[in-house]
Design a protein around this ligand. Structure first.
Ligand code: IFM
Length: 467
């Protein structure tokens, strides 16, 4: 036991007040990419490049949520969703990174007010990867200036919504934004410049720290947090020094590069050494780490998979595996079941991850802000989807999360990714993560079997003894 806990393991019931939610992100569902003054983001530009996104898919029409948000909120209400985690599109709010576009803020104000009227807690994220293209043209996240523009964007959002939102998240998964965006080039802006990726990671974190300051100033009493995608890492051969060192490095770049400055106020020494050739120390100015380490109220954790690593470089780029994403790194196959994304399903490692966070970065409430899976869902003639694989996936991860809670880990919420099928970045629309099926031709929404199952879980505050 990690500490005193009043939680009973039998029945898999979560503590009172546990937050049950669903997650989405602006570019993945909104569509309407040219509406009401929105200007292009790096993802609009990336999607236009031949071969960048599977099937040539783009941010249009996505799930047309920009026009259908009221119906989507009504659907969430029917499902009994407690909190809705969504992101705001910076290119709607400050379309070129500069002047504010009031129409962009109007949209999010309506969304938030509609959620509040439906009794659903709005849980906004300020940055989920859609940087205004105009800022990319001035250097993107590799440029320090972008962190200051992010603070100004935060100011504009808080100025409008700071009086009615309780919990703010600054960034979603900065590892992806920095390393997939600027090193492997598999995400927008598609750059393959390792030094730029390292600078981007630091500037994202600096932007986070500056944004937290703005949140404190403009919404006193609101909670501020950040969301990281974190990975338990196991060496394939623990007896092999090279595999062990790969595991240390992968953990360093994918986990501790973000956790340590934010929660301990400094970069880890081994990561600074690993990244010395790529100039990490060169971009850290006096006072940055203090600003990045400004105290938070909660940590958002996105968990999809663990990593089972050995010392193999990425064939295409020659970069270390942790820079390109495990699915491209050529790590050995363990024979575990996999999702449609090719990700191993290993729920047990979620318990280990939560335990580690609780022990190594103590006293911070944790929320699972994303967990979910794409499966090759097949709709019947009437549109019904019997996605029992997704139900089994969520069930297993909730049991793993509950085990951590029963040990005393301060986990306070779970958000399924995602409410709707959506644009899965470089994979386009082919990968479906939703509880709700979207027919992209008609925009018809059909809740899958997992939606009614999850609706009961939320109502019961857990699995209620279900097997
Ligand atoms: O779709 C993404 C989301 O945008 C960020 N976290 C992982 C999800 C599934 O890949």
């Amino acid at each position: 036991m990690l500490g005193e806990s009043s939680v009973h393991t039998d029945g898999c019931t979560f503590p009172p007040g546990f937050v049950w939610g669903v997650s989405t992100a602006a570019f993945q569902i909104e569509g309407a990419t040219a509406a009401d003054g929105r200007r292009p983001s790096i993802w609009d530009e990336f999607c236009a490049r031949p071969g960048a996104v599977v099937g040539g898919d783009t941010g249009e029409p996505a799930a047309d949520h920009y026009r259908r948000f009221a119906a989507d909120v009504a659907l969430m209400r029917e499902l009994g969703v407690g909190a809705y985690r969504f992101s705001l599109a910076w290119p709607r709010v400050r379309p070129d990174g500069g002047a504010v576009n009031p129409a962009g803020l109007d949209f999010y104000e309506q969304l938030v007010d509609t959620l509040l009227a439906a009794g659903i807690t709005p849980w906004p994220t300020l940055y989920h990867w859609d940087l205004p293209q105009a800022l990319e043209e001035r250097g993107g996240w590799a440029a320090r200036e972008t962190a200051y523009r992010f603070a100004e964007y935060t100011e504009a959002v808080l100025g409008r919504l700071g009086d009615r939102v309780d919990t703010w998240t600054t960034l979603n998964e900065p590892w992806c934004a920095a390393f997939l965006g600027y090193a492997s080039g598999r995400h927008a802006p598609g750059r393959t410049e390792p030094r730029a990726a390292v600078a981007a990671a630091h500037h994202l974190l600096l932007g986070h720290g500056l944004a937290v300051d703005r949140i404190r100033d403009l919404a006193p009493g609101a909670r501020a947090g950040v969301t990281f995608n974190l990975f338990p890492v196991t060496p394939v051969d623990p007896a092999d020094a090279a595999d062990r060192d790969t595991a240390r490095r992968v953990d360093g770049l994918q986990n501790r590069l973000f956790l340590d400055p934010v929660l301990r106020g400094h970069y880890p020494d081994d990561v600074l050494a690993d990244l010395a050739p790529y100039g990490l120390a060169d971009v850290v100015a006096d006072g940055d780490t203090a600003r990045i380490g400004t105290p938070l109220d909660l940590l958002g954790v996105n968990y999809y998979r663990d990593l089972y690593v050995s010392a193999v470089p990425d064939e295409k780029s020659g970069l270390p595996s942790e820079w390109v994403g495990a699915e491209h790194a050529g790590f050995p196959d363990r024979g575990l079941p996999q999702t449609d994304s090719g990700w191993d399903v290993n729920a047990g490692e979620l318990t280990a991850l939560l335990r580690r966070l609780h022990t190594e970065y103590p006293r911070l409430p944790l929320y699972l802000t994303e967990n979910g899976a794409a499966f090759p869902d097949r709709a019947d003639a009437d549109g019904a989807v019997h996605d029992h694989d997704r139900i089994a996936f969520i069930d297993a991860h909730l049991r793993a999360a509950h085990e951590a809670v029963a040990e005393g880990v301060d986990l306070r919420g779970y958000f399924y990714w995602s409410l709707l099928d959506n644009f899965e970045w470089a994979e386009g629309y082919a990968k479906r993560f939703g509880l709700v099926h979207v027919d992209y031709r008609t925009q018809r929404r059909t809740p899958k079997a997992s939606a009614s199952w999850y609706s009961r879980v939320m109502a019961d505050n857990g699995l209620n003894g279900r097997r």
